[in-house]
Design a protein around this ligand. Structure first.
Ligand code: F6R
Length: 617
């Protein structure tokens, strides 16, 4: 949801801002803009609609803008349609036209998040003579900062603090003041933003990969904290304006981890990283055959119920986890969509553990669900990929997935790492419950996953051929039972979100209760069928759709060759304990979504309307 960057130092700011924004484009790409300052001269604001390349061309890769201090933004529209006038940066003064050009305004800022009470604030400001040129909530914040700055004349920290107390909502803000030519002010509440420093230079970004080529020393800003950034130095303040001490953190991954490494798209690179990610996540918690989690044994031992709460693919990982945990450990599990959980008035079991799952650690609904669970007195464990993210910081216990930076908007490797965390949690609970005595056979089975994923990846040309053949279709159905059904949810999402083909995942046995009427001649049905006990039943459901004209592609375990008599196309995964099959069946489904999108000529890494980190409700 929008990417923010800032730079102040001794180099020209514009090229640095553009490069940093290019690493954040996955967060939003409806429009982009930069504001650059050259000492006391008026601030130059340039904005462009569409992808970042349009902005870059407008300022010749940054060469036409002079100045060593600046801020930038790539937008995912919430209030106000994508347009140049609504693009950021926004300015406190009245401006005509699109808002690009030289501005004399006192305050210039970029914002990520949503200001809920912007209408009420806008009315107050209008009564005080302010006029608005855009339709964004962000312009309201900029003007409110300006209002307090002029009214109390107590400097930027005071003006921003007064503003933060008045606004309701979420924000990460990067602000420049006319009177402080080489400084940038940053504030956050429930939207990510980090600060980095290197020799005489300072950087701001929504996410670490944006500034990795300049520094690996970063500071995480807490909620309702502010930072004042000058070349090579940064100071933090609380809401009272008192200075707060903070230590920088060394980022544990390198810039190369955030590059494409010769792959055409980040998504394909990340699909290929899955063997490593699975191995790294496994080895981060399994040492010498023992599972060591941050969640204490006595918390896990005494639970009667597990609530898994997440959004999107993370929710799908939780769905797989539900089957595996219930089967292995016998603990009842409810998997809840965070956006529903937070408003449901359900009675929660007091002896429950809440597990939230999130790659970014910033998803607004998941964060709100975590807070609600804590308010109700339940312990919360978070399965998170981004170190130091809001969810990681607020949870009682953290289980970090070790997927590294995930850049493609559609998740692949983080989902695979989340599955591993679900299996580990299941095995740990099963040991503590005495439903199993020995984890070794299950852990050795998990050790085989990386090489089995590699085997599937070697066959990717076959999926590519299949995808090219079906790239024209309008609808697809993903069917399965049990764990295969949970895995099919992720397969279906992968296809629809990047190829824009309508697809649905359905519990295979449920089709005949209505949805089967959608099956027509040549409708594509992907049947996932890896569970021995359910094999015949799922197969019958697939045959039911085939006899109504469907074309069936099946994904099954190697050795189940009889399936070929009943389906049109088969993909075999290497044999694996059925409990862990989702880690293998998902691979051909990810490839299918990817190749379908490529065959349709779509922007795989930046699907329309989506953003990587959903920090709004
Ligand atoms: C789909 C996808 C999304 C995310 C969801 C939750 O490919 O990536 O569905 O899984 O937005 O995001 P996180 O895991 O960051 O909370």
């Amino acid at each position: 949801m929008c990417g923010i960057v800032g730079f102040t130092g001794h180099h020209q700011a514009a090229p640095i801002l553009l490069e940093a924004l290019s690493k954040l484009e996955y967060r939003g790409y409806d429009s982009a803009g930069v504001a650059v300052r050259d000492g006391e001269k008026p601030t130059e604001v340039v904005k462009a609609t569409g992808k970042l390349i349009n902005l870059s061309q407008k300022i010749d890769g940054g060469r036409t803008l002079h100045g060593c201090c600046g801020i930038g933004h790539t937008r995912w529209a919430t209030h106000g349609e994508p347009s140049e006038v609504n693009a950021h940066p926004h300015v406190s003064g009245n401006c005509s036209g699109t808002g690009s050009g030289q501005v004399e305004s006192e305050v210039v800022a970029v914002h990520n998040g949503i200001i809920e009470n912007y209408q009420e604030l806008s009315e107050k400001l209008q009564k005080n003579g302010y006029r608005f040129y855009s339709r964004t909530d962000s312009e309201v914040v900029v003007k409110l900062i300006d209002y307090y700055y002029r009214k109390y004349k107590m400097g930027p920290i005071d003006a921003i603090n007064r503003t933060l107390v008045r606004v309701r909502g979420t924000y990460a803000l990067c602000v420049m003041f006319k009177d402080y030519p080489d400084e940038i002010y940053v504030a956050r509440k429930d939207a990510p933003i980090i600060v980095g420093t290197a020799e005489g230079e300072s950087y701001v970004a929504s996410d670490v990969p944006a500034i990795l080529s300049y520094t690996r020393k970063v500071y995480y800003i807490d909620n309702l904290e502010l930072a004042r950034i000058a070349p090579g130095e940064v100071h933090f303040y609380d809401l009272n304006g008192d200075e707060v001490e903070k230590e920088p953190v060394d980022v544990p991954f390198s810039e190369e981890a955030a590059r494409k490494d010769g792959f055409e798209h980040f998504m394909m690179k990340e699909i290929h990283e899955q063997p490593k990610v699975v191995r790294d996540t496994l080895h981060s918690v399994v040492k010498d055959g023992k599972i060591a989690l941050e969640i204490p044994d006595d918390v896990l031992e005494n639970i009667e119920q597990l609530y898994i709460v997440a959004c999107g693919s993370a929710y799908h990982a939780g769905m797989v986890g539900q089957y595996v945990i219930e089967d292995l450990a016998g603990v009842p599990v409810r998997v809840e969509l965070a956006s529903e959980f937070r408003y449901r008035k359900m009675k929660l079991n007091k002896k429950a553990l809440v597990v939230v799952i999130s790659q970014s650690g910033e998803t607004a609904d998941t964060l709100a669900a975590l807070r609600l669970a804590k308010e109700k007195g339940l312990p919360v464990a978070a399965i998170v990929n981004v170190v130091g993210s809001s969810i990681a910081r607020e949870a009682d216990y953290v289980f970090y997935t070790v997927a590294g930076p995930e850049i493609a908007v559609a998740t692949t490797k983080a989902y695979s790492a989340q599955l591993i965390s679900m299996y580990i949690l299941a095995i740990k609970l099963a040991l503590l419950n005495h439903s199993i005595d020995d984890a070794a056979p299950l852990l050795s089975e998990l050790e085989t996953l990386p090489s089995k994923i590699e085997e599937i990846l070697k066959e990717k040309e076959r999926i590519q051929w299949f995808a090219a053949k079906f790239a024209h279709i309008r609808d697809a159905f993903f069917l399965g039972r049990g764990i295969d059904y949970a895995a099919s949810m992720e397969g279906s999402l992968k296809m629809k979100e990047i190829s824009y083909i309508h697809s649905e995942s359905y519990a295979a046995g449920e089709m005949k209760h209505g949805t089967i009427s959608l099956i027509e001649d040549q409708t594509l049905v992907i049947g996932i069928n890896t569970q021995k006990e359910l094999f015949e039943k799922t197969l019958s459901n697939l045959v039911e759709t085939r006899s109504r004209g469907a074309y069936i592609a099946a994904i099954t375990q190697s050795g189940c060759y009889s399936i070929e008599d009943n389906v049109n196309f088969t993909v075999y995964i290497p044999r694996i304990n059925e409990l862990f099959s989702a880690s293998l069946t998902v691979i051909p489904m990810q490839l299918l979504g990817y190749y379908m999108a490529v065959a349709r000529g779509l922007d795989v890494d930046k699907p329309r309307n989506l953003a990587k980190s959903v920090t709004v409700e």
